[in-house]
Design a binder for this molecule. Sequence first.
Ligand SMILES: Nc1nc2c(ncn2[C@@H]2O[C@H](COP(=O)(O)OP(=O)(O)OP(=O)(O)O)[C@@H](O)[C@H]2O)c(=O)[nH]1
Length: 621
Amino acid sequence: MLEQLLIFTRGGLILWTCKELGNALKGSPIDTLIRSCLLEERSGAASYSYDAPGASYTLKWTFHNELGLVFVAVYQRILHLLYVDELLAMVRREFSEIYDPKRMVYNDFDETFRQLRREAEARAEELKKSKQTDKPVNNKKKQGLVQKAGSDKGSKKSEGSLATDGGDGDKAKGRKLENGHSNGNHVEMEEPRAGVVNGKENTSSNISAFDVSKLQKRTKGVKKTDTVVNKGSKPDPKKKATKKNRVWDDAPPEEKLDFTDPVDGNGSGNDNIEVVAANQGESMMDIEEIISSDSEGEVDDNVQKDSKPEAKKKGWFSSMFQSIAGKANLEKEDLEPALKALKDGLMTKNVAEEIAEKLCESVAASLEGKKLASFTRVSSTVRAAMEDALVRILTPRRSIDILRDVHAAKEQRKPYVVVFVGVNGVGKSTNLAKVAYWLLQHNVSVMMAACDTFRSGAVEQLRTHARRLQIPIFEKGYEKDPAIVAKEAIQEATRNGSDVVLVDTAGRMQDNEPLMRALSKLIYLNNPDLVLFVGEALVGNDAVDQLSKFNQKLADLSTSPTPRLIDGILLTKFDTIDDKVGAALSMVYISGAPVMFVGCGQSYTDLKKLNVKSIVKTLLK
Ligand SMILES: Nc1nc2c(ncn2[C@@H]2O[C@H](COP(=O)(O)OP(=O)(O)OP(=O)(O)O)[C@@H](O)[C@H]2O)c(=O)[nH]1
């Protein structure tokens, strides 16, 4: 049975709920859906699963982007209701006809909903019966295949057909993507994809995607009839051939970019800062590489390339006319060329394919049905939506201020503990030393803990850094339990009054179960203040695998009911990646953890903050 159906604005204002259903939902599925899925650019997913004590729900949703409305249906997961997508589509259609931004109460919709639900249920029942009668035909292999292909096509053609219900009946379609700490809530995607763990929930009130003021602006000039006419009209088959505008490159003039801010800056500046800082610190290596970021704009070139045949078909006049007069309502097909170009562009910048795809799905979901403003091209609209999404993802939602937290710990007379984790050779020890140097600059006393008791030479390497920086190091040699070494190091730091303990750990592959178990133990036993994932900025698709598996393993192998996951990211070797800045996006997207530091060279001073504006600009170049 349907548990609830809600209609609310993107600003979060609830307009209508089904009083008849009236069931009090267990937990807070709607809030969680908004925070963990809709605001995290995962709204392109097919459904969201929410588990609360005593209930497991599936949530499905649809948007009316032009009116800024969100329609959400909640039902018990076990039921696999076949009519939910259909019902949502009908509710969306009927409600948008009576929607008025000035109106708050929609009691008159109760009866309409009752009818729609009856209708959808009846059609689902019919479909079920017809499926049952179809079964013997499907037994014949060849005939079955033909039939399936035919019905799939049919489902795409007929907008209101129940056959479009892709969610409930086709369990095999998508693999579950874990989202949120370890609460088991997840978004289910339309296509099979690798498992993803989103480490942190959005705890802030960052509601830019659900901004009421934006909505009001959008709806101000919209005549209700615009929407009604479009909604009523059947999709025109000719439209497909003539849908796309020619897209012009309206990217800003090329300029040299820096993706980092000084680590003590405010993090939002877009000044061109030299990436390789003045070499005040002692060099750890002989060579210093200097970044070059003067790349050509690839995305818009692609857009142009992709759109050319479409523009040709459409003709110059109609193309111009559309961009001047504004298109009625954006449809998925209108967005596809621009989204494809953006996706390809993101991938050339090293964004993991899976992430690029999900982002595009989410942007498409936020734009479909929206009216294209006059004098705007589809590509500009898509680009602006993508830009918003990227800024939203990369801007930390939780502020982790290490210096503030160090002082807070000091007041409680305990050291602030940071554990550096990551795969082999990414730069854990080197960047741990950079963080130590940075802390020393702020008059914070530091102790290093050599807990890589696995790789020979690791302790000596850390000792060299400690000697150069003249800070104490706690070491117990090799083949010791790193969890115990860390514990003793923290006890020692408490005794000698060190403000911070920086714990070096052995590099490990994300699939190495024994080493991951040892790391999980170290974290569980010592409960550090910060678990910092050190990752190379050079990685592409592997970034997703590394981070998601680290988080997954930390969750699975922990003996604690509330396992600690990765809190922040330190991206290394930024000086070697040119404009391939995509790893930053992939890692933040997949973990929900912010990039706290960027390593951009081999001197102690080569530690910076991520410059979000620069990164976004480069990603869209
Ligand atoms: N160019 C550049 N090189 C770096 C950066 N950070 C680290 N490196 C280099 O990367 C190599 C590996 O660094 P380590 O600190 O030994 O890496 P690790 O993760 O501790 O290695 P394991 O202990 O084997 O897992 C060294 O040659 C470092 O100099 C950086 O930001 N830029």
